[in-house]
Design a protein around this ligand. Sequence first.
Ligand SMILES: Cc1cc2nc3c(=O)[nH]c(=O)nc-3n(C[C@H](O)[C@H](O)[C@H](O)COP(=O)(O)O)c2cc1C
Length: 410
Amino acid sequence: MSTTFSRRNFLAVSTAGAAATALPAKTVLAEAASNGATANSAGPAGAAAASAKYVQPSGERSLVIGSLDDLEKRASEVMSAGAFAFIASGADNQITLRANRTELDRVRLLPTYLVNKPAPDLSTTLLGEKLSMPIITAPMGAHGLAHESAEIGSARGTGEAGTLYTMSTAANERLEDVAEATNGPKWFQIYLHDDRALSRDLLKRVKNAGFTGIVFTIDAFAPGASDDTVRMGFSFPPSLPLVNSNTPYFKSRLGWDDLKFLQDTIDLPIVMKGVITPELANTAVERGVAGVQVSNHGGRGLDGVPAAINLLPGVVEAVNGRVPVIMDSGIRRGTDVFKALAYGADAVALGRPVLYGLALGGSAGVKSVYERIGQELERAMLIAGASNVDEITIDFIYDDDAPNKRASQG
Ligand SMILES: Cc1cc2nc3c(=O)[nH]c(=O)nc-3n(C[C@H](O)[C@H](O)[C@H](O)COP(=O)(O)O)c2cc1C
């Protein structure tokens, strides 16, 4: 195999081992291009078919959704096993992936009754952007694995739901086309290149295309490799290149100088994603970030990191209202959104369910995902007694240590 790591060369490589051994020390692959073989394959045999065109789910349809959790199984039936595993799985023993759910499930809520509240209003404003609900799309690479419309479909569906789309650097569609596709607000998530000039060019395009915020992800050094994708010999199909970067290798040694570089290079608010400790949150705010996103990358990074919902309160306390706090990782229900907001998040981001909606119904499927979780949140607010998102406070959290009390009274 070639040792020249142009995207074309890398993507033509057919085995995980070959790609991994020749990896330059300072760089990482985009999540979208991190193993071997083809995404069509369910096993190493698929490696032989590396040049075959990946068959993408297609079709536009609204979805009837019981729960967002149902979508995982339904999506697995329309996607190749490798592509599904790439999206669904987490790192190593998937402890963090599971904890994101179990810890959200552990949180108990206490409604307030007889409060005579008006009908819930889900709308909110995030860094000046008006949203129909406090739920946005998290940045994810390689939407082409899920559907032929790729990021065009997910952006359109998110916009039609009236909320904010975050586009990943590791996308299959040109950022200008994605920007055009949504009629809603849009941010761009940046993976930096070692070569600053490449990043400068990309950021210039981002600004010109009309994105209004930058999400700076700080926790993605080697994501994307789960046990399942390794077993299956999964790799990103050559027919789905990452079209916005000249390479799938991104800067893996990040420091505060990289935040400074972004601040000096682009005149847009910067949200730091992957903020997990109060110290990090405080320093980020002191250094001028416009927002922080509490996230463990959906359990795709370091396995064993606590659940995002457990990390949220410390970050909220450190930030102390200076900038908005967004939380992602594990959000599947309206009550999950309610819990995150009660613990002080201003909004949450949805990851995998957006890709499942995309796989099952294109942009209409994505819109259906938002409609369903929006209905659930509305119902939760109605029963709990909160008429707008600002009224969702810690008062609704039941304190396990002081039975029958609210966490705020404990
Ligand atoms: C397939 C996939 C690709 C992802 N790619 C990126 C990415 O390119 N940039 C990024 O900041 N986060 C990426 N993430 C992480 C998400 O932004 C988000 O943190 C996570 O999916 C939230 O967890 P959830 O899927 O449980 O909702 C990716 C997640 C998935 C599932």
